[in-house]
Design a protein around this ligand. Sequence first.
Ligand code: NOJ
Length: 763
Amino acid sequence: MKKIILASAALALLASCGQPKSDMDKYIDGLMGKMTLEQKIGQLNLHSAGGFISALEVKEDDANVKLLRAGQLGGIYGSGNVEYLRQLQAIALESGAGIPLICGLDVIHGHETVMPVPLALSTSWDMDLIEKATRVAAREASASGVNWVFSPMVDICRDARWGRIVEGAGEDPYLGGEIAKAYVYGYQGHDDAFDKDEVLTCVKHYALYGAAEAGRDYNTVNLGRQEILNGYMRPYQQAAYAGAGSYMSSFNEFEGVPATMNSYLMDELLRQAWGFDGFIVSDATAVVEEVAHGIGDLQEVSARSLKAGLDMDMNSDGFIGTLQKSLDEGKVSVKDIDRACRRILEAKYKLGLFEDPYRYLDPQRAAAEVYTEANKAVAREVARDCQVLLKNNGILPLSKNARIAVVGPLADDASAMAGTWSMSRHAGESVTILQGIRDAAPKVTYAKGSNLFLDKAMEETVLYGLMRSFRPDMPIPPVHTTANAALIAQAVSLARQSDVVVACVGETQNMNGEGASRSDISIPDAQAELLRALKATGKPVVVVLTTGRPLTLTWEDANMDAILCTWSQGTEAGHAIADVLFGDANPSGKLTTTFPMSVGQLPLYYNHKNTGRPHPDYAPYRKFTSCYMDVVNGPLYPFGYGLSYTDFEYSDVELSAASMPINGKVTASVTVRNTGQRDGKETVQLYIHDIYSTSTRPVKELRGFKKIELKAGESRKVDFELSAEDLKYYDHELQYVCEPGDFEIMIGPNSRDTKAAVLTVTE
Ligand code: NOJ
């Protein structure tokens, strides 16, 4: 690592010496030459608009307006309201140094047209599709006054108890890296210039937020450098290589230092090793939270955060409140403040805000380009491809002529479809599963079937949770108005008169996302009772699972006829789900997170180490080996898993040569045949295992994948070109190396069912 850092630092130095100044540098030099110190510090301050997308009024006695007038605000976030933002922009331009505001928003899975939640999107394994969904979000956000999105969220997570697992792309750093790039290209485009429908990304949460101990939100992270470099950092790094414009520091600590003041993370890795030259903003109140971390008072932590490389303070007022004094005391320098200010001005310059501060504030675009039929069509197309068929005994696809009983508390819940970060004005219009099925089939009956939980207080907690506070206009369904037994009886009665039951269960909107950790990740009790009662009717039951995290589904897998994991699919959820249920689309999603058998197995992830006393995944308990007495080691559904309405057969793995010189290349291939009756898509996955190495390595690591489409009966040879680059890892001295020796090269339809060949790498 050190070598890489030194090399890139030297390159950066060389690049800066003797280079003529760019137009941007000259412009910003001129601007900063005229700014007072207070105005410079003001640029480092970001505040919440306080209303998210709901209508806001600009009032002179509003705290933000006062700050703006005093030149103390560099950016605002949490509004997608053009009229409101135009007024703020006008005030920014007539105040202080007249510098335009940067306007951010949590555009996480679509904007007004809600796209599938990020975890769902990742199960498409389709980078073009992810980029396409993100382009729509960028167009809609930029038409709504937003020029900066707090996305992509690229935190690797191995523990499904963490509610924010829904916001990321799962557990694998390689796949996470590819997806991070697709998001950056979708938001920012493929070149450096920002068109007016492209927005600045903010990669978050930097870093390691997804490794919170025990899956408890905001909890301590306890990992070593080798582990983070191999297992967690790649998505952040790939986003930087793709040109991401900004990063958000995370709430957690690393190596005993909060990420928001961690110079190893922000400076050594992100800036020096990976060459990132944008700005870093703190997460909301993360600076002042360093006080609770036990580092010092706001004065102290603000100075340390700036010194460590933080440029912008979100919501703590630490920078505007303390930096002048820290400067007087010699704790920070003018250079530190200038550096941070310059980076923020550079972002504004790149966005074209100095040329036209109203570039993203066009009311006509806001009226014409948002929530259009074309965007909804993309949402439906995307949602069809990120549903994971976990089980099917042949009941799916359903006949449109069947008598279908749609039951379950999530069948008619639009907010559950919209998912965690949907602040869309139209979230409440998301097509429910019931609506989608009714639009497709004539003989449909419906009963709610159960409450969410048996415990009324728990149900209230969930329904009145975090996101509701952002959307006071969203109707809150009445809680526990009917006893669970009565609801179940209605559903059972409908089931008896039907050919098939579609049971819509799982997690509603507030059961995942921020501040939504769970210690029990099974189907909630009231809903589980419903499933048991449906099973007793003897009718076939298809579970349509709405969730933002892996759940423990051992009973459901053993007792239900089919399980379709649909996550939260957004605006077009119900239609896209019906497309799959009735076979108008063939499911092709593959899991990007392991589904455990039991919560006690967590953290559970496919790329684990072997240990000195390994135990086969599904073998029974054996004393003195690494296993449990009461559950097998293996998952219920492994990483990479997902069924189709057709079948794919894989040949053995062929290598173009059994050995490869370290500077050479080799091709690994399989032939995949669609042996079923339907056309289908398949994601072919390549894993490696370094058999002997100077540091221990995981049993399997994803290093390539290809999503192909095969007609019924068609076969195709799928090739993966490999070089030493694909076999590298960070060793115990943190050198990024490929060590000569034998590697298993494994290819298959998921991380469990692979076939292998051995490749020898020679010096
Ligand atoms: C806190 C969350 O952690 C982060 O993801 C989000 O972008 C900010 N709040 C702003 O809403």
